[in-house]
Design a protein. Sequence first.
Length: 165
Amino acid sequence: MPYKLLFVCLGNICRSPSAENIMNYLIEQNNLGEEIICDSAGTSSYHIGSSPDRRMTAAAAKRGITLQGQARQFDALDLHEFDIILAMDKENYRDILSLDPQGRFQHKVRLMCDFCRHHPDAEVPDPYYGGVAGFDYVIELLLDACGGLLADIQSGQFQSADVKE
Ligand code: 4NP
């Protein structure tokens, strides 16, 4: 069974689709398409059905990454469905866990920046109301975090009870 990764932000038009597509890019480069499956979602309903934000798409394109997908809202069923759920910031993390009042799935939910190997940041900052530099930084941070996450998966870090319900 492949690992199922879900990347979650607020709108699902900037950070989480970037994480999903960067991860897919790394998965393809490493021939792991059979082993890892990625999706993304937003905690809000603001942008359901929308394509990734143009400014985010432009920032990703500078690094050779194409953003695909349509925004959807995070659902409590995702807690069952996915093996690892990556929150972009602490608010996303809290909002995800608010759908798990008994804490049954808490072990599956992680902050994306926990996997960074080069950046000290604790959160992927929301770029929506800022300028181009903020979008570029999101891509840089996510390249770091996705690389670390992939390395952890490949080294078997998640083979234990971590991914079980
Ligand atoms: P995202 O960015 O959570 O990274 O997709 C945002 C997108 C939209 C809004 C906020 C953040 N918004 O307020 O509409």
